[in-house]
Design a protein around this ligand. Structure first.
Ligand code: AMP
Ligand code: GLY
Length: 445
């Protein structure tokens, strides 16, 4: 990636960076940021075991809810830019609190984060902006829901309104199952996040994740990615946070991109401005390419995980400049992002049992990894008392490779995965099946 030279200089200091979050996404962001020679130190709050592989980095432990002491410490550390990774602190207003205390922040305030933290708010936003999306009903009682569910010709998708760590969406096969899911949400399955339920018409088509880096007025697009939400091969099994991804994706044709820009991205930015929402961060459009064109499935106010791990290796050292420009409201909007001509793919290794119950604390063994054009970003890991890396989450590692074509990318990723072991390791064998010409079995022969 290169930002054209007229815009690549920034007058603001850019030496000490703080990244908030502890997942693969934040590990990949840190890795991309450390490439820039301007950077002296990257503080990871709290980071994970993978942080030790990031040059110039230091893990810190601070309570995000103790604002006074947080601000004091960040001032002491001379933080030039704060990058907030996950949705929870963004929805909680950390962005605006830090900005009010004169920090430059990459990440929207709680007003912009509402696009993710309230599905009903996001749907009403889209309705107002005439952005294509599935038809929906916002309901506050089971009685109301029952009437809508049984009047509708097909079973409706059911969503808890608030943040539910990716678990609040149900795609039932029958109307009875839609009603049951609604009842469970109203009974408190997701606490306050389920006080409102959104019922949606089910739409169909391949999904694509589009990322717009916004500075409040202007935006620049990153290469789009395709995530793999389902746990098992052939896109079956329960929904997960994401089992792997690849980028760029051929789903984004010139025609699709024109429509996405005109019908979705631009009306979103215009409507944010109209609502006086100064959105400085990444706007993630979860899209479905339906027969009648692209539609928004959801907005997120942060980078996708594992899409972020997939895209970061395609960025060059100026990526941090782009983050800073967004935080300062200084994008021109016509910045040229020159992409590496390589393709990138990511496979996630999980703990057995994920996305439901799983055990953690197992040592991770790394064999002979070929690190050329390959990165291992830690997702859920920690260090035990002897300093060894152990599993500490459902999604454990992100294995990311780049190459001249997707066959080469995934050949390398799966070869490296064979060199990694921990008790209960599980990963899908078919990540990138949409863009690979060979299956893993072909290669094994
Ligand atoms: P969300 O958290 O809203 O992205 O939903 C999680 C997943 O559920 C999406 O990635 C889609 O695969 C699926 N989904 C959500 N809404 C719909 C819908 N209206 N029709 C079909 N599938 C949906
Ligand atoms: N990979 C989907 C997400 O980050 O929400």
């Amino acid at each position: 990636m290169r930002i054209n030279s007229s815009s690549s200089k920034s007058s603001n200091k850019l030496e000490n960076i703080l990244i908030i979050g502890n997942g693969g996404r934040e590990n990949a962001l840190a890795w991309a940021i450390q490439k820039n020679e301007l950077i002296k130190k990257i503080y990871l709050l709290p980071g994970n075991a993978g942080s030790k592989n990031i040059n110039k980095s230091e893990r810190i432990s601070l309570d995000l809810n103790n604002i006074e002491s947080l601000i004091e410490k960040l001032k002491y550390l001379n933080i030039d830019l704060v990058v907030i990774g996950p949705e929870t602190p963004l929805a909680g207003g950390l962005g605006e609190i830090l900005r009010k205390n004169n920090f430059d922040v990459f990440g929207p305030g709680s007003d912009g984060a509402k696009l993710e933290s309230s599905k009903s708010w996001a749907k009403e936003f889209m309705k107002e902006a005439k952005i294509p999306t599935a038809n929906f009903w916002k309901v506050k009682s089971l009685k109301e829901a029952k009437e809508i569910i049984f009047k509708s010709p097909n079973p409706l998708v059911v969503k808890a309104d608030g943040l539910a760590a990716g678990k609040g969406v149900f795609i039932p096969e029958t109307k009875e199952a839609s009603l049951k899911a609604t009842e469970e949400i109203f009974k408190g399955k997701f606490g306050q996040a389920g006080e409102i339920v959104v019922l949606e018409e089910k739409i169909e088509g391949p999904e694509v994740s589009v990322f717009a880096m916004c500075d409040g007025k202007n935006y620049v697009l990153l290469p789009a990615a395709q995530d793999h939400k389902r746990l098992n091969e052939n896109d079956t099994g329960p929904n997960t946070g994401g089992m792997g991804a690849y980028s760029p994706t051929p789903l984004i044709t010139k025609t699709n991109l024109e429509r996405i820009t005109k019908e979705i991205i631009e009306p979103t930015i215009t409507t944010l401005l109209k609502k006086n929402i100064d959105y400085r961060g990444v706007l993630y459009f979860g899209l479905m390419i339906t027969k009648s064109g692209p539609k928004v499935i959801e907005y997120n106010c942060r980078f996708g995980d594992p899409e972020c791990q997939t895209i970061m290796p395609l960025m060059d050292k100026d990526f941090i400049i782009l983050l800073q420009k967004c935080s300062l409201g200084k994008l021109i909007g016509n910045e040229t992002i020159e992409m590496s001509d390589k393709f990138s793919g990511c496979v996630i290794a999980t703990s057995r049992g994920y996305p439901n119950d799983y055990k953690v604390g197992f040592p991770i063994n790394f064999g002979n990894i070929d690190f050329e054009d390959c990165q291992i970003f830690d997702s859920g890991t920690s260090l035990n008392s002897s300093g060894n890396v152990i599993t500490d989450g459902g999604r454990v590692l992100s294995i990311v490779c780049q190459g001249k074509n997707f066959d080469k990318v995934f050949e390398k990723a799966y070869k490296n995965l064979k060199e990694i072991s921990f008790e209960g390791i599980y990963y899908r064998q078919d990540i990138g099946h949409q863009v690979r010409t060979k299956t893993i079995n072909d290669r094994a022969n």
